[in-house]
Design a binder for this molecule. Structure first.
Ligand code: TRP
Length: 336
């Protein structure tokens, strides 16, 4: 049985963009494949500590997992939920892969370059981040790793490290499929990027200061609706899906499609040529408020105990699989 694996960081509260663009597609993918694939959904808590954490990491982890459940993740014996730091093999394999990776290839990672740029000092964890990520993936022989395009470079690095290792020691690692095939598997042509409501050229981000730029998953539904009503549009006066020429309007159409679970082409066709932006906003505001109301109600029914029980089972499974792979690697190097 093949493995689909993804990690979601729990550094802060999520935006509607994280939910619609990453979490919900992952939940749908998992539900679609969990009859005949292992689905590993884990919280990379050791990755979290390279950066600041808003609030309490423990609380954030449990809340993030509740989000998956509230978004409709169906649990069966193939779905494994775990925390990275509860599976010590991740750190162990990370060290071993540090001795396989080169400074050159790791220094080329865009995320590291961006995060370290202009800083007087940058922690080594930021530099080593992609190697730990490679360990996260290779321990479970995952072929599919559904993630955003900002992480594609890390998947290519993982593929290179696995291939190099296998070349030296034999076929120990499963090489994850190329990012182009990952995208096909996910069934999203181009990734979903929900835009900033005030500056729709940019991605919606939790780190943007302006409150009206972003909708958070714990926003009161009426507040979220108001934010949609104040979204930036354009002066063209005609509804059309065109991310380049009309990013604000296109973003609203995209949000409407995702929160109402309607294909985008149907939504764009229904609104094409309409001249009242106000009406479109009103509809999207209602849809978002409705979605948040339902989501938050569902969330309130999920207990911490439920999550801890899932983690206990998931971590048992994860340690079992990861330790077996780690042992193969240790033997290859003569450590065992
Ligand atoms: N780097 C990912 C992100 O920032 C999170 C992550 C860590 C991850 N390890 C992973 C994703 C392994 C997929 C597989 O979104």
């Amino acid at each position: 049985m093949k493995t689909i694996l993804t990690g979601i960081r729990a550094n802060s509260e999520l935006t509607l963009g994280n939910y619609l663009g990453a979490l919900l597609p992952m939940v749908r993918l998992a539900n679609q494949h969990s009859a005949d694939h292992h689905i590993n959904i884990f919280v990379p808590d050791l990755h979290s500590i390279i950066a600041d954490i808003d609030g309490d990491l423990q609380k954030n982890i449990i809340r993030t997992l509740k989000y998956y459940l509230a978004a409709g993740l169906k649990i069966n014996e193939n779905v494994h939920v775990y925390r990275q730091s509860y599976v010590p093999a991740h750190s162990e394999l990370c060290w071993i892969l540090n001795c396989v990776a080169t400074m050159g290839e790791t220094s080329r990672m865009t995320q590291y370059k961006e995060k370290s740029e202009g800083r007087e000092s940058c922690n080594v964890g930021i530099f080593d981040y992609p190697i730990l990520m490679a360990a996260d993936i290779l321990l479970y022989s995952a072929e599919y790793v559904p993630i955003g395009e900002d992480q594609f470079q890390h998947i290519e690095l993982t593929r290179n490290l696995a291939t190099r290792f296998n070349h030296r020691f034999g076929e120990i690692f499963t090489v994850p499929v190329k990012t182009a095939e990952q995208v096909k598997f996910m069934g999203v042509d181009d990734g979903i990027r929900i835009r900033d409501l005030l500056n729709p050229e940019k991605k919606m981000s939790k780190s943007t200061k302006a409150e009206n730029s972003k909708i958070m998953l714990d926003d009161a539904p009426e507040r979220a609706a108001k934010k949609i009503m104040s979204a930036t549009t354009d002066s063209l006066g005609k509804v059309k899906f065109d991310m380049w020429a009309q990013p604000g309007i296109s973003n609203l159409l995209q949000i409407e499609a995702l929160v109402t679970d309607t294909p985008l082409h149907e939504v764009t066709a229904a609104w094409a040529g309409e001249t009242s932006y106000g009406e479109l906003k009103k509809k999207v505001a209602d849809s978002v408020a409705k979605m948040l109301t339902e989501f938050q109600a569902k969330l309130a029914t999920i207990s911490d105990e439920e999550v801890y029980e899932l983690l206990e089972n998931g971590e048992k499974y994860a340690n079992h699989v990861a330790n077996a792979k780690l042992l193969e690697v240790q033997k290859a190097f003569g450590l065992r």
